[in-house]
Design a protein around this ligand. Structure first.
Ligand code: G4P
Length: 512
């Protein structure tokens, strides 16, 4: 069964066509029946909170969600695709990073007119860090774009990867006629979605001469597709297409079926856990509070690593120590509700809870595994939170705890002084914070300059830690978990303290 799962994310720059492509993938998979549903559903969801309003105003997506669809592969085996949506904005790299811990591969969407933008490159680097292999989809070839060779070279140069074109546009912009599969020579044409056979390139008189020449060059000019190199993250197969016109989308799904890796082993304390292990294990990579503000619900997203999950099963969260029964798991099959009773490795389950489950938690039947590798990152922007109405302190604390849990912000409670500090990786997170505080917690807050510039988690010898704490009270805070954090005035401050305290480690990340 586990070989039938493909759990992947789409990474792209905003506007490259991720939403359109997602919609077309779901359409091909039969998960939705009308194009436009992804957007329509998005709009309905957005109307619910101010937080979503930001999403709308900026035209970006700040939340992650999961969509599942099925499709038969070339041999008639049913493949289950779990598509995890990632926020498209660079400010949300931490959230994105966590989502990427839960996938086995990624699709990188590039706008043919724009090429690789810095944000996309960052996302790519995160994938590389996690050894997540990438299939590249160069979108919008129905428009006038950059030359295909330039785009391929850019991918190769900027990402230091081998590229292997798998398909090629027959003309771009106004001259766009279809997409040729380079191996078979078949061309899928506009009108209808069937692959029409136009004949092999070398013997085909129908292809415009320049296109035939270009395709010949493309075939000889790049390394051949090599499955191991792709899965090892050294090569990216490249597909051209148009999400809007539904071109190259089938080819993309087929590529995911055929090449993208099935669920992989996950790093854990006592070595890797492989998907063929019998008992159920999984980890929480995302928690989202207030998806429905009326109900104050809180959904933890778990990636199943091993075993077959059944509804009602008892699992022990590592953070809790005693088992919980998972009675109402949310599975994200848009098509077949029956399937929601079980899940296989690679699948994502939403578990409603009231705060018992946290990002980074391992859930397991036997409580004998701890997955690793879900870090917090040192924030790059720190701000002091000030309340307009000082009687709302309790609500603020609750909100900051919740939102830090979700990864929207990080929160630091200084040892001295009553003003709490929030840390973010990007400016946009601060806007999300303020608007969610207001919409969901009815707390009006302002952000003020913070005396600190950066934060480092401190670990090490207990006595050294105590001595350091006694000496540096003004610069000491606790994070949401109560772990000690050094609030530094500058990067220089950090290296100075590190030098003076060789028994302590000042870390820019913290394992969850
Ligand atoms: P995103 O999620 O990555 O931000 O991108 P999205 O799918 O929203 O697409 C951004 C814009 O690009 C949309 O146009 C969309 O219709 C267009 N687009 C996506 N794929 C293609 C393609 O293959 N060819 C062409 N020509 N356009 C494409 P918009 O005008 O901003 O939005 P809308 O009015 O269509 O909703």
């Amino acid at each position: 069964m586990t070989n039938s799962r493909r759990t992947f994310a789409i990474i792209s720059h905003p506007d490259a066509g991720k939403t359109t492509l997602t919609e077309k993938l779901l359409l091909q998979g039969g998960a939705i029946h009308l194009a436009g549903q992804v957007k329509a559903r998005g709009a309905a969801r957005r109307a619910r909170s101010d937080w979503m309003k930001i999403e709308q105003q900026r035209g970006i997506s700040v939340t992650s969600s999961v969509m599942t669809f099925e499709r038969a592969d070339a041999d008639g085996n049913v493949i289950t695709f779990n598509l995890l949506d990632t926020p498209g904005h660079e400010d949300f790299s931490e959230d994105t990073y966590r989502t990427l811990t839960a996938v086995d591969s990624a699709i990188m969407v590039i706008d043919a007119a724009k090429g690789i933008e810095p944000q996309t490159r960052k996302l790519f680097e995160v994938c590389r860090l996690r050894s997540v292999p990438i299939i590249t989809f160069i979108n919008k070839v129905d428009r006038e774009g950059r030359a295909c060779f330039d785009l391929l070279d850019e991918v190769a140069d900027m990402l230091a990867l081998d590229v292997c074109p798998m398909s090629w546009p027959v003309g771009m912009g106004g001259l766009f006629q279809g997409i040729m599969d380079l191996e078979s020579g078949r061309v899928s044409r506009p009108e209808g979605n069937s692959k029409e056979f136009l004949g092999k390139v070398d013997e085909d008189a129908d292809l415009p001469e320049e296109v035939a020449e270009e395709i010949e060059l493309a075939k000889i000019g790049y390394p051949e597709f090599d499955l191991e190199a792709y899965r090892g993250g050294d090569l990216t197969p490249v597909y051209f297409g148009s999400a809007l016109k539904n071109f190259g989308v089938i080819e993309l799904i087929e590529a995911i079926s055929a090449y993208a890796p099935p669920p992989r082993p996950q790093p854990a304390d006592g070595g890797e856990v492989t998907p063929d292990r019998k008992d159920v294990t999984g980890f929480i990579f995302k928690v989202q509070a207030n998806m429905d503000p009326q109900h104050r619900d809180r959904i933890a997203f778990m990636r199943l690593v091993s075993g077959t999950f059944n509804r009602g099963m008892k699992l022990t969260p590592s953070g809790l120590g005693k088992p919980i029964a998972v009675h109402s798991p949310i599975l994200f099959f848009a098509q077949d509700r029956e399937l929601a009773d079980t899940a296989e490795p690679g699948d994502i389950i939403g578990i409603p809870n009231h705060g018992t489950l946290r990002v980074g938690d391992t859930l397991s039947e036997k409580n004998d595994v701890r997955f690793t590798g879900l870090p917090n990152f040192a924030p790059e922007i720190l701000r002091r939170v000030a309340l307009r109405d000082p009687t709302k302190t309790k609500q603020l604390r609750k909100a900051l705890d919740d939102l830090s849990e979700e990864g929207v912000i990080q929160v630091f409670y200084p040892e001295i002084g009553a003003q709490w500090i929030v840390g973010v990786v990007g400016q946009l997170q601060l806007e999300v914070l303020i608007s969610r505080l207001e919409a969901e917690y009815k707390v009006e807050a302002m952000l003020e300059a913070s005396p600190f510039d950066t934060a480092r988690w401190i670990t090490g010898d207990a006595k050294a830690l105590r001595d350091f704490a006694d000496f540096n009270k003004m610069n000491l805070a606790k994070d949401r978990d109560g772990d000690p954090v050094f609030m530094a005035k500058s990067a220089w401050d950090v290296s100075y303290q590190q030098e003076r305290n060789p028994d302590l480690t000042f870390s820019g990340t913290k394992e969850r």
